[in-house]
Design a protein around this ligand. Structure first.
Ligand code: NAD
Ligand code: G6P
Ligand code: MN
Length: 444
């Protein structure tokens, strides 16, 4: 019997990551065969550029794959097995505001951390829920693999608003960092490691790392972390290569020094060294500007070139090699592989001394009936304290969105450890409300 072929909708078809994902899917067709790829976006013009270029690429490289793109939900979500979702509600124009408004008040301006992350969350919740509802309406058996940010807040919203939906929230940062740690240990791939990890999304720690024979790799990794963070083991990827990312990998050395018994996620620098982050930020030119001038120009330039020439033979597109974890995850569900993944899931006791209702990032075993958590036991006081504060920020943000509550959003900002006071929180909040009036629910 022929192996089943899968149909996939990429939600956020106009994303800068879409071509890389398409190439990655094609590269993995032997283990994850594809019937159809569809794009969906709510910005027809932006999506069309990416879609026309991908259409040419697909015709030249995998003509057997059916391809279509649409802004019509019924067309885009009918008859599919998986939705890969990477939408950015408000696009880079709003990311720029998320980053620059806090900086005006001397507060970290970051896409997913602190006030910027809260603002982005307030935009994303509605967009992601809408896509989940389209999927369930038109393809009730499908699964959504969501990596739209801010994943922590989006995941908490789906836990509360759509508790029975088939959605898995994931992040690629640990994948990239694990590749770097595998490099440090001269392993070919992160798949040769077995890790224990606990935390919230963009807010977690590795507590144990073994090789396939059970050998403890932590001593070797810690040596590297203490001297250079993740910076002397840069992995062979085409993501996270800009100078600003290199600084982040280097800065992980100082983050590691705060608790040398664990290996930290790079995002902890924003919470543990916010003064340093603000001092080294340019309030006139933030990461959003780097991405607009870098990745966005690059990807859209290639797309336009392919469309103009009518061929992709001159090259340009690169597979998002490290994104193969998405195929791994889809295959785990489709083929019941029972592989191990870090997922963002309701805690339910997996971290024993932590809120059972928190959305935590932990290792899980995935198969066709979903995931099973791998228990992480009790976590240390330091991490527990940080996580309790941060998870409350995330929960208050979701409650603010659901209830339309100004008070709760002010509390969320006030509780964020990178916001110095309730006064500054309010100033930032009032600016964010003004900037987001086309996207946020009305707050009372
Ligand atoms: P992008 O702006 O290039 O693409 C996002 C696309 O989403 C745009 O084409 C936009 O029109 C579309 N969109 C916005 N709102 C929509 C809606 N309501 N419905 C349908 N489409 C909508 O952004 P990007 O930099 O390529 O990133 C895309 C997303 O992927 C972001 O959320 C980013 O944070 C996320 N991301 C997550 C990870 C992770 O580890 N979880 C890694 C990389 C990127
Ligand atoms: C990492 C994170 C993602 C985030 C991305 C930002 O991959 O895990 O969640 O979206 O970095 O990258 P950028 O290049 O857009 O700043
Ligand atoms: Mn992430």
């Amino acid at each position: 019997m022929d192996k089943k072929k899968y149909s996939i909708t990429v939600a956020g078809g106009g994303s800068t990551f879409t071509p890389g994902i398409v190439l990655m899917l094609l590269e993995n067709m032997n283990r994850f065969p594809i019937q159809a790829i569809k794009f969906y976006d709510n910005d027809a013009e932006r999506q069309e550029i990416v879609a026309k270029a991908c259409e040419i690429y697909l015709k030249e490289n995998a003509p057997e794959v059916e391809f279509s793109y649409s802004t019509n939900p019924e067309e885009a979500f009918t008859n599919i097995d998986f939705v890969l979702a990477h939408i950015r509600v408000g696009k880079y124009a709003m990311r720029e505001k998320d980053e620059k408004i806090p900086l005006k008040y001397g507060v970290v301006g970051q896409e997913t951390c602190g006030p910027g992350g809260i603002a982005y969350g307030m935009r994303s919740i509605g967009g992601v829920i809408e896509i989940l509802d389209y999927m369930e309406k038109y393809s009730p058996n499908a699964w959504m693999l969501n990596y739209s940010n801010p994943a922590a807040i989006v995941a908490e919203a789906t836990r509360i608003l759509r508790p029975n939906s088939k959605i898995l929230n994931i992040c690629d940062m640990p994948i990239d960092l694990e590749e770097k740690m595998a490099n440090m240990c001269s392993l070919k791939s992160r798949k040769e490691m077995q890790v224990s990890y606990y935390g919230l999304n963009h807010f977690g720690w590795w507590s144990k790392i073994y090789d396939k024979n059970g050998k403890d790799l932590m001593p070797e990794i810690k040596k590297h972390m203490a001297s250079n963070g993740f910076a002397d083991a840069l992995a062979d990827t085409n993501q996270h290569v800009d100078e600003s990312w290199k600084h982040t990998f280097q800065k992980a050395r100082d983050v590691f020094a705060v608790d040398p018994s664990t290996i930290p996620n790079t995002y902890l620098k924003y919470y543990l060294f916010p003064d340093y982050v603000v001092e080294t930020s340019n309030p006139e030119y933030t990461r959003a500007n780097e991405v607009i001038d870098g990745r966005e120009k690059h990807v859209f330039g290639i797309c336009k070139n392919i469309i103009e020439k009518g061929t992709s033979k001159e090259g340009g597109f690169e597979a998002d090699a490290h994104a193969t974890y998405i195929v791994d995850l889809a295959s785990a569900i489709a083929e019941n592989t029972q592989e191990r993944f870090l997922l963002i899931v309701p805690n339910e006791g997996a971290i024993e001394n932590f809120d059972r209702t928190a959305m935590v990032e932990i290792p899980c075993i995935v198969g066709s009936n979903g995931y099973e958590r791998i228990c992480q036991g009790n976590i240390p006081q330091f991490q527990k304290g940080l996580m309790e504060q941060q998870v409350s920020v995330e929960k208050l943000t979701v409650q603010a969105w659901i209830e339309g509550s100004y008070q709760k959003l002010w509390q969320a900002l006030t509780l964020s450890r990178i916001v110095p006071s309730a006064r500054i929180a309010k100033l930032i909040l009032d600016d964010l409300i003004e900037a987001n009036k086309d996207y946020w629910p009305t707050l009372k």
